[in-house]
Design a protein around this ligand. Structure first.
Ligand code: PGA
Length: 264
């Protein structure tokens, strides 16, 4: 069964209650017309999770957080646990975003521990992986991706099937430089190869997104790439009109796949 594409917004450290409400109005008006052919979620800053729950629970829009703690012992001042995120009705939590790996020094072990906590709490972790510009220029992109994936597989084992992976090349985030369709296809194929090598029997169970300067103009071509199950959208998800255009592109791809007529 083709569950359709998954479109996830990442508002980063932006947004307020007024924007949550504006998205509710637009989501109620336009998402039902997509006929449930794509799954749509927005990951908001922690203080907006309750507002998202209040405004979006009766719309097709789901919500998530952008991080959770690897700890769960009640002694982590300032952190937010996966269970707390879950208590707001959130379905998703982003972990290992490059702005946290590189900006906050999070290690592969931290990211895997957060993904484990999210799964234990009953939310789907969206685990970001990706190489920097220097790593790609040094022909080390595959080495970096393999290392990030290996740690995750080692920590999660058979639960990996419940995770969403997001390939986000660091140099493409917020830069307006999207990876080419050929590169996205190659990397998604490589991810599949690594997962298979590590004994993930049903690789197709692991949903794989692309992220990095996705916008309404390039979304359809990206989502038409083999192995790409959806997109993680930063800047463009902060504007309801652009975000809905990307959701429509996702629905077009899902319909095209079913008819076998997608030409990319
Ligand atoms: P961008 O961000 O779409 O603005 O490049 C993507 C992300 O940070 O997840």
């Amino acid at each position: 069964m083709n569950p359709g594409k998954l479109v996830v917004g990442n508002w980063k450290m932006t947004g307020d209650v007024a924007r949550v409400q504006a998205f509710a109005a637009q989501a109620c008006g336009e998402l039902p017309a997509l006929g449930g052919r794509c799954e749509v979620a927005v990951c908001v800053p922690h203080p907006l999770l309750m507002a998202a729950q209040a405004a979006w629970w009766c719309t097709p829009l789901r919500w998530g957080a952008q991080d959770c703690s690897a700890a769960d012992d009640g002694r982590s001042t300032g952190d937010v646990s996966a269970a707390m995120v879950r208590a707001t009705g959130a379905r998703f939590v982003i972990v290992g975003h490059s702005e946290r790996r590189h900006g906050r020094g999070e290690t592969d072990a931290d990211v895997s521990a957060k993904a484990r906590r999210a799964l234990d709490a009953g939310i789907t972790p969206i685990v970001c992986i990706g190489e920097t510009a220097e790593e790609r220029d040094d022909h080390r992109a595959e080495e970096v991706l393999r290392r990030q994936l290996q740690r995750l597989v080692a920590a999660l084992g058979a639960s990996l099937g419940a995770v969403v992976l997001a390939y986000e090349p660091v140099w493409a985030i917020g830069s307006g430089r999207t990876a080419s369709v050929g590169m996205i296809e190659d990397v998604h194929g490589f991810i599949e190869h690594v997962l298979r090598f590590h004994g993930q029997r049903d690789v197709r169970e692991v949903r794989r997104l692309y992220g990095g300067s996705v916008d309404p103009r390039n979304a359809r071509a990206i989502m038409a790439c083999p192995g790409v199950d959806g997109v993680l959208v930063g800047g463009a998800s902060q504007r309801a009109g652009d975000f809905l255009e990307i959701c429509k592109a996702a629905t077009g791809c899902a319909a095209g796949m079913t008819q076998g007529s997608e030409d990319g």
